[in-house]
Design a binder for this molecule. Sequence first.
Ligand code: F6P
Length: 450
Amino acid sequence: MTTIKFDYSPLTKFVHENELPEIQKMVTACDDELRHKTGAGKDFIGYVDLPVEYDHEEFDRIKKAAAKIRQDSEVFVAIGIGGSYLGARMACDFLNLNYGNWQKDHEGPIVLFAGNSISGTYLQEILDLIGDKSFSINVISKSGTTTEPSIAFRVLKKKLVDKYGKEEAAKRIYATTDKAKGALKTEADAEGYEEFVVPDAIGGRYSVMSAVGLLPIAVAGGDIDKLMEGFAAGREAYSNPDLSQNEAYQYAALRNILMRKGYNVEILENYEPSLQYLGEWWKQLAGESEGKDQKGIYPSSANFSTDLHSLGQYIQEGQRFLFETVVMVDHPKYDVEIPVEEEDLDGLKYLEGKNMNYVNEQAYRGVVIAHTDGGVPVMTIHIDQQDEFTLGQLVYFFEIAIGISGYLNGINPFNQPGVEDYKRNMFALLGKPGFEEQTNEIKQREGDFF
Ligand SMILES: O=P(O)(O)OC[C@H]1O[C@](O)(CO)[C@@H](O)[C@@H]1O
């Protein structure tokens, strides 16, 4: 059973009906590489079977740790960046757990995210928000050496130790990292933090359904059993290499077909503000997977109708290299009726008694028609509702689609060599031990830039 429906009917103007069947052979070959782990990046394809092959003992420990944190902490800070941050943040927003946590009668801690930038202002605000409240920390880093979370962890750990003393602080620190290596692993072992593992075969941006995402989601109040059920339903639904039977593969194939026609930028869109971080999570998944060897679709995102009043003009009439993928919630959690007024001073009489979701739906329909007319291909992923089961499926939909899509484009969707370049320069500028040669080199070049 799937609660997701992929609709590409508006593409008739852009994609000829023979194009999907014609790409089938390539899709079958990519599917074979992915399922049999024979393609590029084969050591990081663990996510394909993760819905059924995960550590059940650890899964239970995650639930226990979450229950403890929900009981002994008013604030919970998840520290991480990229794949060690975006999935949990996306899921908490998607499940509408974030604002709920600020409500007075809400059970469980306020969930905050740190270590996702190098901003002292942001971190100071987190420290101020925590104030005198009881709190716990989940530091998440696969490598265990990433600068942003390491700095935030140091700072927040100090606050924890100042408040509780070293021994109690150690009981409030949860470390999610590699099973054997990295600075975080070394520290967690030495200090006795409870540890959770990022499996070797799961890359950061494919890790939301491992302890990386599951602990913060469970602490926020998400039902991770249902999430895993949905993830497994996704695996079931998107396992057939036959394009006519696999909507995730249809999406992967169509975005490649569009890219080859010069549609090089994809905008992931939503009509629910709580899906904003779905776009952020997806941008890392797609961008870090596909943008290499001077190839790949540039992933961007937009939130409608908000951005129709900013980006809408460009999408309608700017350069024609864009295509859009909408994630549309068919049954939003709440609805609000537009009230009746005696006079019609604001000109809204024609909407009286109608619901906002109805108006939102008409906005979506109007946009699909207008953008199609304006030369922008639009596809839609309809999701039934914003619940854990649907989210699990949606994560699988995107993860499997991006794997296939990368292979279709002849790249390795599971590495990210390009992210090291800026880090090397930053470490050289900061004088990190081991970077002495690069420091000399970059100091000589600095003047050309600043
Ligand atoms: O979990 P880590 O090792 O701290 O990495 C965080 C993120 O940084 C990157 O390695 C990029 O630098 C991403 O691939 C990853 O998701």
